[in-house]
Design a protein around this ligand. Sequence first.
Ligand SMILES: [Zn+2]
Length: 336
Amino acid sequence: MNAFRLAVLGSVVVAVAFAAGCSQDRVGAQTPAAAPPPPHPLPGVTKSLEQLESEMFHVGAGRRLKPPSWPGGNRVAVALSFDVDNATMALSQGNLDYEVLSRGEYGAVDGLPRLLRLLDAQQVPASFFIPAVSALLHPQMVPEILARNRHEIGVHGWIHERLPLLNDEKEEQRLLTQSIETLTKVMGKRPVGYRAPSWKFSRYTLKQIVDAGFLYDSSLMASDDGYEVNLDGKPTGLVELPIERIVDDAPYFGAADGSMPSPEHVLEVFRSEFDVAWDERGLYVLTMHPHYMGHRSRVAALDRLIRHMKSKGGVWFATHEDIARHLKAMLTTGTN
Ligand SMILES: [Zn+2]
């Protein structure tokens, strides 16, 4: 319900209460409370600069972490990542439309196995961010990933809950703890990486993941380079490996009723972003989803992208964890 309808409804409730009060004896009648004013449609225009600063930099970009060189003398670091959401977002919303759920299920049945075969063939590592419920509903996925001895698994919420929508500090903490415990159990080791469901932090998220001891986050996008995340202007030691909608399959392939028809166009964007990262000796983080990217024509496009990267040379293919450890060393040694 929008604010206007709430305000109108509030007025109606007050009017009814007032009318009821009028029909009764005046003794004990109460003055009805005035309806609250509707929220300002642009609250930022009335705030002080100090208030805006505190909101803007509650979660902010700290030190840039661009290393003078990448391991092996390589000129660019490539971090391939897959968010194994499958059907969890729909389930979190109580959406039991089996057309939607089966589209998600495709990620576990065909998408992930096909992508793993590609990564095997190309012998490159990747990081998989898995909502705990997704791992529990398809318990074969985590062993299939870990059997490769090349990949990393990170936290991606309990059931892909949208944290700003949840907007509940205690409940968010409960779900985070439960997610870490579940993945630790199925992986046999504690995950060190975090990616917020839909990349969306609530105002509680950063403190909770810092307190949980994560090495890195990969949900924010204030830079092309890695950086240290600041909380209320103070360094946290948490390494950010930034993502971007440009280098994400979801905006191109995520629409349910057909979206970008040609994987080649998407590949062109991904390739151009990589080419400039290569020129800049920077970091390239690509986000994909097995239930989108795992389809035949799209895996073929990803294969062409990896071949292109290899043909240019000087590429360090690494997990997010390995890259974050490399950048974290800059924080601990004070180099920049
Ligand atoms: Zn996701």
